[in-house]
Ligand binder design. Sequence first.
Ligand SMILES: C[S@@+](CC[C@H](N)C(=O)[O-])C[C@H]1O[C@@H](n2cnc3c(N)ncnc32)[C@H](O)[C@@H]1O
Length: 296
Amino acid sequence: MHQALEQSATRPRAARGIDAFGTLSVTRTVVTALDALYILIVAICNVTDHETISWSCGTSSQWIRRTSARPLDRNARQITMGTTTSERENDRLRRFYDKSAADYDLWMRHYDRWMLSDARERLCARAHGQTLEIGLGTGLNLGFYPPSVQLTGLDLSRAMLTIAAQRALDLGREVALRLGDAHALELPDSHFDTVVATLFVSSVPDERRAAAEAWRVLRPGGRLLLLDHVRSPIAPVRWAQRLLNPLMVRFAHNHLLRDPLDYLGSVGFVIEHCARSKWGIIEEVVARKDIPAPLS
Ligand SMILES: C[S@@+](CC[C@H](N)C(=O)[O-])C[C@H]1O[C@@H](n2cnc3c(N)ncnc32)[C@H](O)[C@@H]1O
């Protein structure tokens, strides 16, 4: 079941009416719990597996050039070992996703089926015009955009983008792939009609900074489309999330207690639509870049 809520970012949470959520059968509940455990175990195995995976940067980039997808932008910001916390976290995250890329679609097959259902499709159908997807990953959304959308996909991980390039090729979908950091987009102000991020807010080191960058590159009136797992408003579910969170952050770089509704308003977005499902864990948000009122 899916409940849609029209709401404003400035209204208090209790007044937003986030109180009734999809019901799951016992079987689905068990499978969802097992699925979460499975993802955690795969993440732990991944961290403890020191074998090098077969994607080599050289091979990947040569291979990308042969695809019809536009090559990774060589001028995109080089992500280097830095000294700030978010640069160090970026670096850890990039290594994690470079290493996990080959398994990612397999994890997501279960997660998408039980947790997201048709949410990707529904969200991407709202994109129009110049569209930027941040944290593109392996490009699981590529098949869901309307054909008229001019798509740019950005990610920190070259290995994830390499898989996205293959997917774009298979789908015949043109996409400009950029290796870059969503905390500091090397893209012009007010350029995009739509910015999309799915399962990105829960993994990016500094989600507020990434939201501020999304706001900067959107045209006034442009829309930010988000889909993610968030902190549940249902107390027992949230307690379970609190228990699991340290493990998920440590081993899967995945934050269970975030919610973009906490800060989108202060970044300058107006929430146009918010839908919750799966015990309030899955959230879809449509937020508009606010147009400042004309001076009187
Ligand atoms: C959980 S995956 C989601 C991938 C895809 N959006 C999906 O829905 O399947 C998170 C992705 O965000 C990317 N990411 C995290 N932080 C980033 C950053 N600061 N800049 C760019 N990409 C980032 C990761 O490399 C990873 O590919």
